[in-house]
Design a protein around this ligand. Structure first.
Ligand code: PLP
Length: 450
C-alpha cells in the first residue's frame, strides 16, 4: 500500500531535522547511512506505514500505549467534536466539567481500588509522582511524618521524571542524573525461572518476596510510606509473579501500615488479557496509577485512583498539587471513546485468546533459534531473551536486530541486558492470529541472522 502522497521530501526533511531534534538516530545513521531516521507517516489497526510505503506490524514502538489499534476514525471524530465543544478548561478554583466527572465515575466502577476518587495527569511518570506525594502527605497528616520511604523493586520501571526515576529499579535510567530525591529504595523482584534462587517458575518458593520483606524490615517499616509495584514488570524481561505474591504483599503492607501503590501504566486496559493486571492476582491498591492504554495513545493522559480510606485525610484541606492539563476535556473524551471501543469489540477477551497464539509462535521460533533462552507471555505482552555472548559488539547487535526486524516488516522493542538481548513483542490488542504469526516469524528471522 503506498504510504502517502508526500514521501520523498518528508524523508529528506526528517534527516535534515536531526540537527534540531534530540533523538537517538545518530548512531543508527552512522552504522546504516541513508537508512535512518525512518519516518512513520500513517498508521491503521496494528500496522504503521513508513515514508517508503513499507507496512510494518507495530509490536512495540507505541511502548505499550496502543490498545485499540491505530487510526480509529471513531476516536478521531469524538476528539474533534470535543475540541469544538470545549477544548480546554482547567480544573481549578471551583471549576469542573462533566467530561472529567463522567470519566472518573466510569473508571470508579472498573478499577481495583476501594471506592476510589481520581486525579488525572498527562503521563505514567506524572501519575507515579502524584502517588508518591499523596502517600507521604497521607502519613504526615496522620501524625507519622517519619514515613517517607518509597520501596520498589529492582527491574521495575516507573517513569523518567525525578521521583519516578528514583523509584525505577534499572540503573541505566538513573546514572548521571544525581542527586535523585531521597528515600527511594529497591528490593528484590519476582523473576520466575530466572531468579537463580527457586529454579523453574512452578517450583517458585517466593524467595524474592522474603528478600523484599527483609529489605523493608532493615529499612524500618515505620519509616516506609509506600511500596510501589507493577502487577507484571517488564524491563529486561516480562516478569509474572507467583499467584500468591500480591496476596502476601498486600498483607505485609496492611500489617505494617504501609500504602500499596499498584502501577498499572503498562498492564492496564487489557494488555495482559484482563482489564487490569491486578485482576490476575486479586489485589487492590490503596493508590493505583494509569496512563498509556487509558487513551490508547490518541492523546496523552494518566490517572491516579485513591481509595476512600486514603482520601479521607485530604477532606478538609486538599493536597496542593497543580497540573494545568489535568483532566483535559479532549483527553477525557478520548478515554471514553477508547473504553467504548474496548468494551464493544471485546478487546480484552481477544487479548486473552491471542496469548495462546503468541506463546505457540514464540515457542516455535525458539525451537528454530538456539540462542533464544527464555520466553514469557501474558496476554499480548511478551519478552524473548536471546544469548548474544558470542557477539563482539553487543550494542551493535541490538541495533542490527532492530534493523533486520524492520526490514522484515516488524517494529519491536529490542534492548540489551549484559549478554542477553531482549525483544519485547507487544502489539495492539486488535492484532489477528495471522499478524502474530508473521510478526514472530520476522523476529525469528532477525535473531537467526545474527
Ligand atoms: N510505569 C510503567 C510500568 C511504565 O512502563 C512506564 C512507561 O513505560 C511509566 C510508568 C512511565 O510512563 P510515561 O512514559 O507515560 O511517563
Amino acid at each position: 500500500t503506498p504510504a502517502t502522497d508526500c514521501q520523498p521530501s518528508l524523508r529528506d526533511r526528517a534527516r535534515h531535522s536531526l540537527r534540531h531534534f534530540l533523538a537517538d538516530f545518530t548512531q543508527l545513521e552512522r552504522e546504516y547511512p541513508h537508512t535512518y531516521p525512518k519516518s512513520i507517516l500513517r498508521a491503521e489497526g496494528a500496522y504503521v506505514y513508513d515514508e517508503a510505503g513499507h507496512r510494518l506490524l507495530d509490536a512495540g514502538t507505541h511502548l505499550g500505549a496502543c490498545q485499540i489499534g491505530h487510526g480509529s476514525a471513531e476516536v478521531a471524530e469524538r476528539i474533534a467534536r470535543q475540541v469544538k465543544r470545549l477544548e480546554f478548561i482547567a480544573l481549578d478554583g471551583g471549576i469542573s466539567h462533566p467530561y472529567a466527572v463522567a470519566l472518573a465515575q466510569r473508571l470508579a466502577g472498573m478499577v481495583l481500588c476501594d471506592d476510589p476518587i481520581f486525579s488525572f495527569t498527562n503521563s505514567g511518570s506524572e501519575s507515579n509522582e502524584l502517588a508518591f506525594k499523596i502517600a507521604r502527605q497521607y502519613h504526615r497528616r496522620r501524625g507519622q511524618p517519619q514515613r517517607v520511604k518509597i520501596l520498589s523493586r529492582v527491574g521495575s520501571y516507573h517513569g523518567s521524571t525525578y521521583a519516578a526515576a528514583a523509584a525505577t529499579g534499572v540503573a541505566a535510567f538513573k546514572e548521571g542524573f544525581g542527586p535523585l530525591p531521597e528515600g527511594f529504595i529497591q528490593g528484590a523482584q519476582p523473576s520466575p525461572g530466572r531468579c537463580g534462587q527457586c529454579g523453574p517458575s512452578d517450583a517458585c518458593s517466593m524467595a524474592c518476596f522474603d528478600a523484599f520483606s527483609r529489605t523493608v524490615e532493615n529499612e524500618g517499616p515505620a519509616t516506609v510510606a509506600a511500596i510501589i509495584a507493577e502487577p507484571v514488570a517488564i524491563p529486561q524481561a516480562v516478569k509474572v509473579p507467583h499467584p500468591e505474591y500480591f496476596t502476601r504483599l498486600r498483607k505485609f503492607c496492611d500489617h505494617h501500615g504501609i500504602l500499596l501503590i499498584i502501577d498499572e501504566v503498562v498492564c492496564g486496559f487489557g494488555r495482559t488479557g484482563k482489564m487490569f493486571g491486578a485482576e490476575h492476582f486479586g489485589v487492590r491498591g490503596d493508590i493505583v496509577t494509569y496512563a498509556k492504554g487509558l487513551t490508547s495513545g490518541y492523546v496523552p493522559m494518566g490517572a491516579v485512583a485513591v481509595s476512600r480510606r486514603v482520601e479521607e485525610v485530604f477532606k478538609d484541606s486538599p493536597l496542593l498539587h497543580l497540573n494545568t492539563y489535568a483532566g483535559h476535556p479532549v483527553a477525557c473524551e478520548a478515554a471514553m471513546a477508547v473504553l467504548d471501543i474496548t468494551e464493544r469489540d471485546g478487546l480484552v477477551a481477544h487479548a486473552a485468546r491471542m496469548q495462546a497464539v503468541l506463546r505457540r509462535e514464540l515457542e516455535r521460533m525458539q525451537a528454530g533459534v538456539p540462542r533464544v533462552r527464555h520466553l514469557c507471555v501474558i496476554g499480548l505482552l511478551s519478552s524473548t531473551l536471546a544469548d548474544i555472548s558470542d557477539q563482539a559488539d553487543p550494542d551493535a547487535t541490538v541495533r542490527k536486530v532492530r534493523k533486520l526486524a524492520y526490514d522484515h516488516g516488524l517494529l519491536v522493542r529490542i534492548s540489551r541486558d549484559g549478554a542477553l538481548l531482549g525483544a519485547h513483542f507487544y502489539p495492539p490488542l486488535v492484532v489477528s492470529e495471522a499478524d502474530i504469526v508473521s510478526g514472530v516469524k520476522a523476529l525469528g528471522q532477525a535473531l537467526e541472522a545474527i
